[in-house]
Write a protein that binds this ligand. Structure first.
Ligand code: NAD
Length: 344
């Protein structure tokens, strides 16, 4: 088809960088998927604020991964972004480079707010929020522990980071997105939010009840008290309260937020990756004394129909799509990027 028969917006999106001039805040950007997303966004022209509790990649980065053997896993993400994708013009409002780091523990509201402020101070606004930071405590022990063997702290910490951290990140982001003008050159869009879920938020896996519960919460969290009165006036207050609590719904977090802000033209979507080659999987690979990690790697590859683990850039490409004009009418969606894992 000749390009002159296409709408102009489609022609330009084919020929230019898809995130040119947009500012992104990415949590958990120092490692794995967040790092790959930062690099992919920078390649597509975005300015990046890299938020993490640690500016450096974790020391146990996936040395067992053959896929990532040629990848730089040691240089801090901001330095790598600025080396590979330097800003052509004068930089942010303060003449900054394309990427800056901000220390941010996503479980703390003040840190999320400060990270958003950093975006505004350095680059003038926040267009894309990627709530990616997450932990998998169940991956740490050298064997799978079942629920009766797991300490209660695992649940609290996992939900604090994986669920509350995402909720706080969304809250800080929408607050800024509502306060700023729509992005110039867009169709009036105010922002793009991408939450990192997991296939384990969609289906179960033995030994991962904290993790999969928390990822389900990224899809299903905001408690909802029915707006209608319990319709039996003769019931006591206590019975009514009990009924009210029983009818609370665990609503879709990503979907609820998407519904709340669709009228403001803020896109809210999530990605559910399958098992991907990052530091998160390293302890699992070494289970049962397997120092080469071959057995677990082969097992994980085999449970994906595609026959291999995901690479961080596979997930990053989906994150580029969800932050760009290609996703102009996409909101409230959970995009599985999982080599067919959840198609089974
Ligand atoms: N790797 C996988 O197989 C996989 C699969 C599905 C989903 N995910 C999800 O993708 C996201 C990224 O995981 P990854 O594989 O890149 O892991 P990773 O361990 O390589 O990186 C996680 C990053 O998050 C940071 N972080 C942890 N807690 C934080 C906090 N409270 N505040 C700020 N930063 C914090 C870490 O310092 C690290 O840089 C997570 O939410 C994870 O649950 C990963």
């Amino acid at each position: 088809m000749a390009t002159d028969s296409l709408p102009s917006s489609m022609v330009s999106s084919q020929s230019s960088k898809s995130l040119q001039g947009r500012t992104a805040l990415i949590t958990g950007a120092s490692s794995g998927l967040g790092r790959a997303i930062a690099l992919a966004y920078a390649e597509q022209g975005a300015q990046i604020v890299c938020a993490d509790i640690n500016p450096n990649p974790p020391p146990n980065t996936p040395i067992l991964s053959k896929t990532l053997a040629a990848t730089d896993l040691q240089t801090p993400t901001v330095d790598l972004v600025n080396q590979l994708h330097p800003l052509e013009s004068n930089g942010g409002q303060n003449g900054s480079e394309r990427a800056v780091y901000v220390h941010c523990d996503t479980t703390r509201a003040a840190h999320n707010e400060a990270a958003v402020r950093k975006c505004v101070d350095v680059f003038g606004r926040l267009d894309i929020m990627v709530c990616n930071a997450g932990i998998a405590v169940e991956a740490q022990p050298d064997r799978i522990l079942r629920l009766h063997e797991q300490p209660e702290e695992w649940f609290d910490r996992t939900f604090e980071v994986n669920a509350k951290g995402v909720w706080l990140g969304c809250k800080s982001a929408v607050t800024q997105m509502l306060a700023q003008d729509p992005l110039g050159g867009s169709e009036g869009d105010r922002g793009w939010i991408i939450n990192m879920c997991s296939v384990l938020g969609l289906v179960g896996m033995a030994g991962t009840s904290c993790y999969s519960g928390s990822k389900g919460a990224v899809l299903q969290m905001v408690p909802f008290i029915p707006p209608f009165p319990i319709p039996f006036p003769s019931f006591s207050r206590r019975v009514k309260r009990g009924l009210e609590l029983m009818t609370r719904r665990w609503m879709f977090q990503t979907k609820s937020i998407a519904l709340e802000y669709a009228k403001d033209r803020i896109h809210v979507n999530c990605i559910s990756p399958g098992f991907a080659e990052t530091a998160m999987l390293e302890p699992m690979k070494r289970r049962d004394g397997d120092q080469e990690g071959a057995k677990t790697t082969a097992m994980l590859a085999a449970i994906h129909p595609w026959g291999q683990l995901g690479r961080p850039e596979d997930i990053a490409r989906a994150a580029v799509f969800l932050a760009g004009d290609g996703a102009s009418w996409v909101t409230g969606h959970c995009l599985a990027v999982d080599g067919g894992y959840t198609a089974q």
